[in-house]
Ligand binder design. Structure first.
Ligand code: TYD
Ligand code: MG
Length: 459
């Protein structure tokens, strides 16, 4: 086989250079070149090309009507951890590559080791660790009360040696913890650098597709919130799952960010314990904090992330600002959305916050992406600004438009039922979501069309 060459590619414009230099000749960006391996063209055809699949004749791809294509259902295996299966879209697909990202210490290694303890009973598996010794892995498995017999581990960071080893032991599930520690002999760049991470992941992806082995890659998250190394990793894999949670809270949320085999934004919820992660199959009310009485600046929303409604508390603190440019801080929500909502509150609610610092936080470290959070966020801000609690046992949801209208959100009825089930007495929701009879179970439902009506409903 011809020897692989290295090239230097600009991360901004993709231009290729034969030597490293500080500035990209094409786009003029500084410090964007990193080293990549250029694989020599393969002389022999790939296995799929020779195998006479529909659409391939004598190794040449042809245009084919899809009716002639043989569709094989993807093979899935249940991992034995229901919440993980849910996020994966109903089990682990053979030959898929799943990237699990999250802050250090959030529980990625624990989750995957627990998974191998379960799935290892059914399928041979290997846990490759680049961060711990085998003794540490064994001690962790013991502490988690996992059966040791199905667990096989390898402490190695060189991708070539890892692939040699797994080629011999032929696992069906492979965990790489973490991709940032893995490096290839082909590159001189340091482990953890963009090019090393990318090249190692590319080799592992190829291995997964060729052998049908399911591969999990653990990736640490950078300060900016992306998976360290490159966004390119996210394009190379079949699914990207993020493990989130506040360090102070015992709940952890696994979220699908991309999934070729299932819905995105599906949530899996876990609770941390001495014996590792426990599943929380019915998590709807865990993101409420237990206040002893009514508190200003707090509103409860019903968000629907994935396929389940969740009751989540959002808290706001609005305080006189001493800065010329008051602060707008949103944790668990999008910052720009908060700025927009405050503008709507001023223009259409007649409530000004331009001289106030505004902090908004979603309780429990969960991230809410849907627009149904708009109305509860504004109600929490208003409640803090006026230092007056919202009426007790009240929930809200609804999208707020730029002209002050409250727009309906999907699955309104399901959200209200869940809130009524948890003993809430009052719901402030978009008019189009409200039932005609004005109640759901015991809960009174107030349908609003304009922001001003929602503000009135909170008096
Ligand atoms: P770990 O799985 O090592 O995190 P990561 O791989 O994401 O860096 O977990 C961090 C620490 O928390 C570790 O010391 C074990 C502990 N832990 C528990 O005690 N119980 C749990 O349920 C979890 C998830 C972690
Ligand atoms: Mg770890």
């Amino acid at each position: 086989m011809a020897k692989a060459k290295t090239a230097y590619v600009c991360a901004d414009c993709g231009a290729e250079h034969s030597k490293w230099q500080g500035q990209c000749v094409e786009c003029g960006a500084w410090n964007t070149l990193s080293e990549f391996v250029v694989q020599p063209a393969q002389k022999s055809m790939g296995a799929a090309r020779q195998s006479g699949y529909a659409g391939v004749t004598n190794g040449v791809a042809r245009v084919t009507p899809l009716t002639d294509v043989l569709v094989t259902a993807e093979l899935r295996t249940l991992t034995g951890i229901g919440e993980l299966d849910r996020v994966l879209g109903g089990g682990l697909v053979d030959g898929s590559v799943v990237l699990i990202g999250g802050d250090p210490g959030i529980g990625k290694s624990t989750l995957l080791l627990q998974m191998l303890g379960k799935i290892g009973e059914k399928l041979p598996s290997v846990y490759v660790t680049g961060e711990e010794s085998l003794a540490q892995v064994a001690a962790r498995a013991q502490r988690l009360d996992l059966p040791l017999q199905p667990l096989h581990a390898l402490a190695e960071t060189g991708i070539e040696r890892i692939l040699d080893q797994v080629a011999a032991s032929r696992p069906r599930v492979l965990v790489i913890d973490s991709i940032q520690t893995i490096w290839t002999d082909l590159l001189t760049a340091a482990p953890g650098s963009v090019s090393q991470v990318r090249e190692s992941a590319a080799k592992l992806t190829r291995f997964a597709k060729e052998t049908g082995t399911s591969v999990f890659l653990v990736g640490h998250v950078t300060k900016e919130g992306g998976i360290a190394g490159p966004r390119v990793l996210e394009h190379m894999v079949d699914a990207v799952l993020y493990f989130e949670g506040e360090s102070g809270s015992r709940f952890r949320v696994l979220r699908a960010f991309k999934n070729r085999f299932g819905a995105v934004n599906e949530l899996g919820v876990f609770a941390m314990s001495e014996k590792g992660l426990r599943e929380v199959p019915n998590p709807s009310a865990i993101f409420l904090s237990a206040h002893s009485g009514p508190t200003s600046g707090s509103a409860v929303m019903v968000t629907r992330e994935g396929t389940r409604p969740l009751l989540v508390e959002v808290q706001a603190l609005v305080d006189q600002s001493s800065l010329g440019n008051p602060r707008r801080v949103a944790l668990g929500l999008e910052q720009n959305r908060l700025a927009m909502l405050l503008a709507v509150l001023h223009r259409h609610g007649g409530v000004a916050a331009y001289d106030q610092d505004v902090f908004v936080n979603v309780v429990g470290g969960i991230r809410v992406q849907e627009t149904a959070a708009d109305l509860p966020v504004l109600l929490a801000v208003l409640s803090s600004l006026r230092d007056r609690p919202l009426p007790e046992k009240t929930i809200a949801f609804g999208e707020v438009g730029l002209s002050g209208e409250i727009r309906p959100v999907p699955n309104g009825e399901e959200r209200m039922k869940e809130a009524a089930h948890h003993g809430f007495r009052r719901a402030i929701v978009p008019k189009a979501n409200a039932p005609k009879k004005g109640s759901v179970g015991e809960m009174e439902v107030i349908g609003v069309e304009r922001l001003a009506q929602a503000i009135d409903a909170c008096r």
